[in-house]
Design a protein around this ligand. Structure first.
Ligand code: CP
Length: 336
């Protein structure tokens, strides 16, 4: 059993697979024994600090609930109520803030998405800087590159419904939306699912490429696990025989340069990229997953999102359990 105490989690790719297995095992047990000891005592009187540079529904609520259920408290902070350096503005350095936060809490969660940065990679850099200077674990609550808690919750949901996911086909399909969505959740799954042996198909219209380094790493992950990794611009071909289908919008790479309206305009060309019942019928009765919020009627039809094969609520619930497991393993010493 690995000792994960004190470890930061910026992406699952930074962690050994055995460590991720441990999180999933603990999360599943916590789900079964939600209000039982020792779990309810692990963070007794301890504080988890949260910096939210961007809004959230699930992430904030599930982290707050997670801290409460572990016997502690999660404290919510927004940059507008702090005096931190950001977007070139003068303020407190990361080094100082990270050191001081380490004196108050047992962990620090940070959400930093596109609207809070000027170019891709700045959010990831900032989280890693906090982790470098602080002495408590830093947990990504979604940033420009990754969303590890979402990835683990997706995987937990798939394992609950399918058992071992090795050899199963997952299709991640771009879906139309005007919401101009982050790369964080999709890139996390692109890396994580092939590590568990899932055959991964990525489908998107021309112009919506993701981070080439992530794609290259995902291909390596697939090869190591004996799985396949394919990219196509044909959504009909992509969903054929899929056992899991994940349809979601992600922004085009020029969003940082050209802004959100330009992304909306480009996306409009592909309004027909929607997971319809007809498209779902081409799959192998696939489970439908999405990190939420779902843009119903655009990314996916209600008929699919509300079908018995949709496991979006199970996965949303799993955010609570995986985050409890991550907090317990990285922030509570010697209980396992
Ligand atoms: N999936 C997810 O991170 O949801 P929120 O943006 O609502 O937190």
């Amino acid at each position: 059993m690995a000792d994960l105490f004190g470890k930061s989690l910026i992406t699952t790719q930074d962690w050994e697979k055995e460590w991720l297995d441990e999180v999933l095992e603990v999360a599943k047990d916590m789900k079964k024994h939600r209000y039982e000891k020792p779990y309810t005592e692990l963070l007794r009187n301890k504080t988890f600090l949260m910096f939210f540079y961007n809004p959230s529904v699930r992430t904030r609520q599930s982290f707050e609930a997670a801290a409460t259920e572990l016997g502690g408290h999660a404290q919510f902070l927004e940059p507008k109520s702090m005096r931190l350096k950001s977007k070139g503005k003068a303020g407190e350095t990361i080094e100082d803030a990270a050191n001081v936060m380490s004196r108050y809490g047992v962990g620090l969660g940070i959400r930093m998405l596109e609207d809070a940065i000027e170019e891709y990679g700045q959010g990831d850099e900032l989280l890693r800087e906090y982790a470098k200077y602080g002495t408590i674990p830093v947990i990504s609550m979604a940033h420009d590159k990754y969303h590890p808690c979402q990835g683990l919750s997706d995987l937990m949901g798939l394992q609950e419904h399918m058992g071992d996911v090795k050899g199963k086909k997952i299709t991640l399909m771009w879906g139309y939306s005007s919401m101009v969505r982050s790369w964080s959740s999709v890139q996390e799954d692109i890396l994580l699912m092939p590590r568990y042996g899932m055959n991964f198909t990525l489908a998107y219209p021309e112009g919506f490429d993701l981070d080439p380094e992530v794609i290259s790493k995902a291909k390596e992950n697939a090869e190591t696990a004996g799985a396949t990794f394919e990219i196509t611009h044909d959504r009909f071909e992509a969903v054929k025989d899929a056992q899991v289908v994940y349809a979601r919008h992600w922004m085009n790479p020029l969003r940082y340069v050209n802004g959100k309206d330009a992304d909306r305009e480009l996306s409009l060309k592909y309004k027909d990229w929607r997971l319809t019942k007809e498209l779902h019928d081409l799959t192998d009765n696939a489970y439908y997953i999405h990190p939420m919020p779902v843009d119903r009627g655009n990314e996916v039809d209600d008929e699919v999102a509300d079908s018995p094969r949709s496991i979006i609520y199970d996965i949303a619930e799993n955010r609570l359990h995986t985050q409890k497991a991550i907090m317990a393993l990285t922030m509570a010493k010697g209980w396992r």
